[in-house]
Write a protein that binds this ligand. Structure first.
Ligand SMILES: NC(=O)c1ccc[n+]([C@@H]2O[C@H](COP(=O)([O-])OP(=O)(O)OC[C@H]3O[C@@H](n4cnc5c(N)ncnc54)[C@H](OP(=O)(O)O)[C@@H]3O)[C@@H](O)[C@H]2O)c1
Length: 260
């Protein structure tokens, strides 16, 4: 395989691939800064020297994509996998030879730990054998979900920006504990464990409202807290924040460079 761009995302992916047993000698990596590649004890390749790769992953900024694609020589059966936020399949196709198989990926920050969520969309020239190769490469980075490209703005909002929103909610839970007299350490521990427990219960099959009813005793503490959340419109605010992030992704995607 080949990788163009060994910055934040590229080096995180390379770390995961190598940790997962990929042979570094079988990965051709190109970057403007060779030291970003040699830190992995790998030799850097050149843009003009990417022959023989079956999957070519692009992890350069959106505004560098077209220039990079115009400079490389690519074989007709190589699948181009672009991580560039906001750069559409049709824009990628315009800079590549006709009928090139292309995959667009929207990863999130969890990729750094191999716990990412990666939305993927393919163009019509991608065969099932290409899909298998792409999924094999993405597997060490997290969970993949194949979607229509029209859903990518919502994915960017929910899975891309989502960790920032969840982090704010978690911090607020912690601060609530501190306001109740707990140390910040204890409050953080309890906030994180409470979220873990909630996730496990939801994943075990409980629906969101079933879980709420389960912990809501008549005239009890949970009902008192939920009443405040509903009165203050927290549910509506969170829905609106996802819609705002999605609209912004759409706006940025219409700019020539894409999102960044
Ligand atoms: N970071 C994330 O968590 C994240 C999440 C989702 C999507 N993405 C997407 O992933 C892509 C990469 O993001 P990033 O944050 O990893 O960017 P980054 O840290 O800037 O890494 C890009 C690397 O590619 C190099 N590069 C640019 N043009 C090149 C060329 N012509 N030949 C060789 N190397 C070249 C850059 O060198 P210079 O510094 O000299 O330009 C830089 O080292 C972006 O398109 C972004 O939208 C990133």
């Amino acid at each position: 395989m080949g990788l163009i761009g060994c910055g934040n995302l590229g080096s995180a992916m390379l770390t995961r691939w190598i940790a997962n047993g990929a042979d570094p000698h079988l990965i051709k990596v190109v970057d403007n800064h060779p030291e970003r590649i040699t830190q992995f004890n790998m030799k850097s390749s050149a843009l003009e020297d990417l022959s023989g790769v079956d999957v070519l992953v692009l992890a350069v900024k959106p505004w560098n994509i077209v220039e990079v694609l115009q400079r490389i020589k690519i074989e007709p059966d190589t699948v181009v996998v672009s991580m560039a936020a906001g750069v559409s399949l049709s824009k990628l196709a315009k800079a590549l030879p006709a009928k090139q198989p292309i995959c667009r990926v929207m990863p999130n920050i969890g990729v750094k730990l191999g716990l990412g969520v990666l939305a993927i969309a393919f163009n019509s020239y991608v065969q099932s054998s290409h899909k298998l190769s792409v999924k094999e490469i993405l597997e060490p980075l997290g969970k993949t979900i194949e979607l229509k490209e029209k859903d990518f703005n919502a994915v960017t909002a929910l899975a891309g920006s989502g960790p920032a929103f969840v982090s704010l909610i978690l911090e607020s839970l912690m601060m609530g504990g501190v306001a109740g007299g707990l140390s910040s350490e204890t409050a953080k521990f309890l906030a994180l464990e409470t979220v873990n427990t909630t996730l496990e219960l939801i994943e075990s099959g409980l629906h969101f409202d079933e879980l709420r009813f389960l912990v809501s005793s008549p005239a009890g503490t949970t009902v008192a807290g939920l009443e405040v959340l509903e009165k203050d419109g927290v549910r509506g605010s969170i829905i609106q924040s996802i819609k705002a992030a999605s609209s912004r992704a759409e706006e940025l995607g219409q700019e020539p460079a894409g999102i960044d």
